[in-house]
Design a protein around this ligand. Sequence first.
Ligand SMILES: C=C(OP(=O)(O)O)C(=O)O
Ligand SMILES: [Mg+2]
Length: 563
Amino acid sequence: MPESPEVLRGAGVSPGVGHGPVRTIAGAVPEPPADDRHGGDAAAERDRALAALEAVAADLEARGARAAEAGNEDGRDVLNAQALMARDPGLADGVTAAVDGGTGAARAVFEAFGVYREMLAGAGGYLAARVTDLDDIRDRTVARLLGLPMPGVPDADEPFVLVARDLAPADTAVLDPARVVAFVTEEGGPTSHTAILARTMGVPAVVALQGATDLADGTPVLVDGSAGTVRIDPSEEEVAAARAASAARTAALEESTGPGATKDGHAVPLLANVGGPKDVEAALANGAEGVGLYRTEFLFLDRSTPPTEDEQVEAYRTVLEAFPKGRVVVRTLDAGADKPLAFLPPPGEEPNPALGERGLRMMRRHPDVLTAQLGALARAAAGLSTTLQVMAPMVTDAAEAAFFAAACRDAGIAHPGVMIEVPAAALRARDLASEVGFFSLGTNDLTQYACAADRQVGGLAALQDPWQPAILDLVAPAAAAGIPCGVCGEAAGDPALACVLVGLGVTSLSMSAPSLPLVRAALARHTLDECRRAAAAARAARTASDARDAARAHLPELEALGI
Ligand SMILES: C=C(OP(=O)(O)O)C(=O)O
Ligand SMILES: [Mg+2]
């Protein structure tokens, strides 16, 4: 049936249904003209400028208090630090001097911030990373003085659908999942960090939706994060039907508990992807049997110096202790490309950072950082019953796998493994399997590299699809290489694809915690044989969408789960 023009289609990256009015993150605030002069009353103009700064500081503090009430204490700290910047006496002096010289309030604010901006940018590292925070305060103050809409996440009393070109980490620090019923972005691919964040928060999301930011504020929309659709001005019946499907799914999910297994009892441990101790609660709440991917670089994003061994031990031990009967797979730092770390910059200009020094390549250049991390991991696991497994990202061949295994052995780590996310490693998985004890397939990067489609480019979403039969062809040799082979890329969280991966021989699945129940339910309703038939049918297809359809034909129970 052709779809009505009221339905826009993007990439569904976080399941669920959200209904509410559109609220758009306002666009850039323009620079006030350089010749902006006030009418002559300098005292009044100065008061206006300083009052605007104070109002911005107070608003940031109020948002901080709301973030803390919603349990987001990191968000509160970021916002309080911004409020302090807005109240900096040196900044007020700069504004006063410019206004006294005849400059209009908005331009005076813009120029006073400019001085600080240069100082911070010049300082490099952590301080340079604060330039964005400073720009945000400047833009808020200028918007207030010029009567323009406030940039950043809008304030609203009723639940709303947040629409943006893309979401910056600073925008998301204050998001309250009770108020934001869905995300819709014009950019961002299925493996972008906006998509990962949406899944972590359990908020339905559609990304790479062309024309998203043309939706007028207040337009009612119905977002389906599984189908990737946004229905404009839906009827009451449509909203009710979507809600009913969503409720049926929730009911089915409530029945799905316990360890992961197919209908005929083939065990498939279901694990969580975490970025640090803060994600443990959601992992446990969703029944994770352990951690399949601990992205350690997220602990150290905002620092100009490497973390000390003691700091690391604490962060690792908290996660290890949460799974005394399970396993925790920790990934060594994956610095570079989409996860730049200030204290580990690339050695020089890299025209293609995704193809540059990242992951294990970076660690080989900084062996001291790798040794310290492995040492901290060994210390963190000492005396605990949890099984610690440690894996390296961005491994290309058997020599690199051997290097990593030796470094682990030297540190006293018993279970070294590697991620399979470079096509060369997947094709020669047997060579790598003789060096390490396990594989974990990173389907996000594997898809990026196999399809030559940068995961940060929203326009290429169709090519960043792990249903591409070529990706399944790369999974197969890794799963058949004779050592345990999990999947920790986002593909593991797609219930239909999870069944296919199990059919290809994958031995565990790790995903954002909110995806666990649906994957558990999908597996529990299909036999290993059905999964194998679905996998064979998907590999025999010629396009990603044909592969999806072909697999579904062998997974009859997906529909009952609203998938
Ligand atoms: C799990 C993966 O790692 P990341 O998304 O952190 O690069 C992957 O590439 O699939
Ligand atoms: Mg990766």
